[in-house]
Design a protein. Structure first.
Length: 74
């Protein structure tokens, strides 16, 4: 479980499955070693998107989510 608080009045909880953790690590490794990220359409995070109508952001791209997953503190 990853919990982040973007503001004092909001808390997001994301249940991270084993596959999501594996996909995240694969994406990070490819980005670091090869300079690109794999196609998101086949990623287990693809449905974890917040969209405000003009911009959509996958939860795996939130800085705090990335920090938690990289530190292994989920």
């Amino acid at each position: 479980m990853v919990k982040i608080s973007p503001s004092r009045s909001m808390e997001l909880r994301i249940r991270v499955s084993g596959r999501m953790e594996k996909d995240f690590k694969k994406c990070q490794t490819l980005a670091k070693e090869k300079g690109y990220r794999p196609e998101c359409s086949s990623c287990s995070w693809r449905d974890m998107v917040l969209d405000n109508g003009s911009q959509a952001v996958a939860a795996c791209m939130f800085q705090r989510v990335r920090e938690i997953l990289m530190e292994g503190k989920r």
